[in-house]
Design a protein around this ligand. Structure first.
Ligand code: SF4
Length: 286
């Protein structure tokens, strides 16, 4: 990729909005990530270069930041700030969906707080076990810092959604739910995620017995997804139920993302197949 930033067409049917792709990718990728090197084919590219990306984004109701890298990596955070600020100037109704596992710099946190009614902010916390996170997400912010950042944002009335993906059910559902609820978060979206052959091998070579067991359990299930390897259905339902119940005990609303859980339709679990957030809804009503 020759430019610092591109706008590309959606790859998620549940959130059919364009996506921001940064030239600078995660230098220390997450163990489970199969996307950090992904290059989008020419036919998916809508705009290239900062100015054109801003102009094009402003014509849409939303934009997803960012599918194949973290938009708040130190290498990307200034550009992300600029893209948000300039696009809001062009279109007051534009409502970006921003997802991160980094610490958002202070000036962008203030920008987000000032625009909290036209933004959907997702912060990823797949576990509160520091040892597991240091292996799974070696390039991302430490969990206590992520939780502290979420707390500051919710205190400023930013409706943060916590994303628990991949949920590997490593015996800490109550602890995770308690710590997340203590930040003031009210909503969470969860999924066990998928592994590719490459990410499965990385987990098998991680040296951590719990992660090795998860990697050994995954299988191909075309009923669930054809994109990769998943935990078997009954095991997925059991582990998701455990987390849903833990969240319920702490008053956090939770939905299971069906993007790679196509086989959970009759499971009785609370499923999410279309991204609906009241900030999007308000936009549609105007
Ligand atoms: S931060 Fe996101 S894009 Fe980067 S390696 Fe981790 S999962 Fe992949």
């Amino acid at each position: 990729m020759k430019t610092a930033v591109q706008l590309v067409g959606s790859m998620y049917p549940c959130q059919n909005v364009p996506m921001v792709v940064f030239g600078k990718r995660c230098p220390t990728p997450c163990l489970y990530c199969g996307l950090y090197k992904y290059q989008f084919p020419a036919e998916k590219i809508i705009a290239e270069g900062k100015e054109k990306v801003i102009e094009e984004m402003s014509k849409h109701k939303s934009t997803y930041f960012a599918p194949v890298t973290d938009c708040f990596l130190p290498e990307n955070s200034d550009l992300t700030h600029n893209l948000l600020e300039e696009t809001w100037k062009l279109n007051q109704l534009w409502t970006p969906l921003v997802n991160t596992k980094q610490i958002i710099p202070g000036k962008t946190k203030n920008l987000i707080i000032a625009n909290k009614h036209r933004l959907v902010l997702q912060i990823s916390v797949p576990s509160v076990d520091e040892e597991i996170i240091s292996i799974l997400e070696p390039g991302s912010a430490p969990i206590p810092e992520r939780l502290e950042m979420i707390k500051r944002l919710t205190l400023a009335r930013v409706p943060v959604i916590v994303v628990v993906m991949p949920w590997f059910d490593l015996g800490n559902a109550e602890d995770l739910a308690e710590k997340i609820s203590s930040t003031g978060v009210l909503r969470s979206i969860i999924s066990n995620g998928i592994l590719t052959k490459e990410t499965k091998n990385r987990m098998l070579n991680s040296g951590n017995q719990q992660l090795i067991q998860v990697a050994e359990s995954v299988c191909f299930s075309k009923e669930a997804t054809e994109k990769g390897l998943v935990i078997p259905r009954e095991q997925r339902i059991e582990s998701l139920t455990k987390l849903i119940n833990a969240f319920k005990n702490f008053g956090v609303k939770v939905r299971v993302c069906i993007s790679d859980n196509h086989d959970l339709g009759d499971s009785g679990l609370p499923l999410c197949g279309e991204f609906k957030h009241h900030n999007f809804k308000r936009k549609e009503e105007r």
